[in-house]
Design a protein around this ligand. Structure first.
Ligand code: N01
Length: 493
């Protein structure tokens, strides 16, 4: 749909051009609302632009890892690699004419509520204004660097999984990898086939599901071109995913947990198997899925070191036992700063209330999508979004559907709206109480799911629960900032 400037009246600024930001753009265009997407990098893609390490792939079946309205019949395998996912997103953005609405190389440094609209300032000092802001900045964006002594002393190359140097050639090298989560496992499987030696420094083993990754049969590719087949298959995969993950949060013996225990038997050597057997409940950390991890760690050139790292030395990694493993390169698959959501952006809302003040203790928010004191400010995949139970694109679709209802309400009524602090606190308390009883807390592990106070920063809601929570706008939960009719010069009561 063309954007009708008269109907639109308002402009929406979307921050971030990953899956969520592109989705917001598609839906804003569908509703004929003017928008601009600000992207700090020079290409779109978010996670799939930043994570280009060897072996990067999605561990959610590809035909489910799409927008529900834009199936992709071309996926080469059940679990497509990252470059295919990036191309899918690029193609979809082109198809829906989103590229022309993206301003690249533009980082929003601050957003300040002006009483009737947001003033956005880029890191280069340029100003932009919009009545509504939608942030689509991703939850796992800032790499977490390990606090290891001597990291700067290392003579070889060091690369974080989320900032991969694509010119790095691993062939014939002795590589050490720190971290065995979803990223680490994919890198290990890839590098084990090409590095001369791969030493895995494992602090805690993860539960790993061994999943086959067959090529997509030709007939499936053909059938997936038919919209009704694609729709049916998407729904089927959605049901299968829900069945597989049901009970993960509650710590019930989920199907996925039983499968992970069984798959450990693929490690034939009992000593190695013991090393990679977690001592916590499956599902406590996010489950890892890989078609070839168990095979990779049984290769001759691969060793798992479970002794803690004492420090990095110029020639490699020294463990607490005094052993030094000589290395040409170190890969840090050490995850992300999950608690740094929206940062380092400065956000100042109504009455000068800052995001830092609202989030000084907890990331207080309303249903993961809105913030008290922040009129017309929305988040996709915000803090306390579900973890592990719903594929992330499906979460974004539910969020965006709700946000679009708010956008329409704002546009029709010429208002600004923000959830009240009480409604936000009530919602958050409910989620935190429920999350405190999940396996993420009771399962006996540490993970990025846990906030500073040990309570998860993710929500155990399943697809139906999240959809229900975000089905309709509950106006009683909102503070409405109404425009004073007598003064159209941007004054709000
Ligand atoms: O990061 P992680 P990730 N010394 O935090 C270890 C998504 N994702 O990038 O377990 C030694 O899971 C740390 O050890 P421990 C997905 O949501 C999805 O792998 O804390 N080790 C752990 O092993 C996932 O959950 C896909 O003891 C240190 C690892 O580093 C999220 O991203 C693919 C250490 C970090 O694991 C994050 O995954 C990839 C230290 N100082 C990622 N510090 C899909 O396919 C950290 N570690 C959809």
């Amino acid at each position: 749909m063309e954007i009708d400037m008269k109907k639109s009246k308002i402009k929406v600024a979307v921050i971030g051009a990953g899956f969520s930001g592109i989705l917001a753009g598609i839906k804003l265009r569908e509703q004929g609302i003017d928008f601009e997407i600000f992207e700090k990098a020079s290409t779109l893609g978010g996670t799939w632009r930043d994570n280009v390490y060897p072996g990067v792939a999605c561990d959610v079946p590809s035909h489910l890892y799409v927008y529900s309205f834009a199936p992709n019949p071309r996926w080469s395998h059940r679990y497509a690699d990252g470059s295919q996912i990036w191309r899918y997103l690029e193609k979809t953005a082109k198809k829906y004419r989103i590229f022309e609405k993206i301003t690249f190389d533009t980082e929003i440094a601050s957003a300040e509520w002006q009483g009737d609209r947001w003033k956005l300032t880029t890191s280069a000092g340029k100003l932009s204004f919009a009545e509504i802001v939608i942030t689509a900045v991703g939850r796992l964006h800032h790499p977490s660097m390990p606090n290891l002594k001597g990291l700067d002393d290392f003579r070889g190359e060091i690369c974080h999984s989320a900032r991969w140097d694509t010119s790095f050639d691993e062939r014939g090298k002795s590589i050490g990898i720190i971290g065995t989560g979803s990223s680490g496992v994919q890198i290990i499987a890839a590098l084990s086939a090409s590095a001369s030696r791969l030493t895995i420094f494992q602090r805690t083993p993860h539960w790993v599901l061994s999943v086959p990754n067959p090529a997509t049969p030709f007939l499936t590719k053909m059938a997936m071109r038919l919209p009704f087949v694609a729709k049916y298959y998407y729904k089927k995969l959605q049901r299968d995913f829900a069945k597989l993950t049901a009970g993960v949060g509650s710590g019930e013996d989920a199907l996925i947990a039983r499968a992970a225990r069984k798959h450990l038997k693929r490690v034939r050597d009992p000593v190695l198997r013991a090393k990679v057997t977690p001592d916590y409940t499956p599902g406590c950390k996010r489950m890892v899925a890989s078609p070839n991890y168990h095979e990779a760690i049984q290769r001759e050139n691969v060793e798992i070191v479970t002794d803690a790292i004492e420090r990095i030395v110029p020639e490699g990694i020294r463990t607490v036992t005094g052993r030094t493993v000589n290395l040409d390169a170190i890969v840090l698959a050490t995850g992300f700063q999950a608690g740094a959501f929206l940062r380092p952006m400065k956000v100042v809302g109504a009455d000068g209330v800052t995001l830092d003040a609202i989030w000084s203790d907890l990331d207080i928010n309303y249903k993961t999508v809105a913030l008290p004191h922040m009129p017309n400010f929305f988040m996709i995949n915000g803090p306390y979004s579900p973890g592990g139970t719903i594929p992330i694109i499906a979460i974004a679709e539910i969020d965006v559907k709700y946000i679009m209802k708010c956008v329409e309400h704002i546009r029709r009524n010429d208002i600004a709206m923000a959830p009240s602090m009480d409604a936000s606190r009530n919602w958050l308390n409910g989620v935190r109480n429920r999350a405190s009883q999940t396996v993420w807390v009771t399962g006996g592990c540490q993970s990025w799911y846990l906030g500073k106070d040990g309570v998860p920063i993710v929500n155990p809601a399943n697809l139906e629960e999240l959809s229900e929570d975000l089905r309709a706008i509950e106006l009683d939960d909102f503070v409405i900032f109404r425009k004073i009719e007598s003064d159209r010069s941007r004054e709000y009561a």
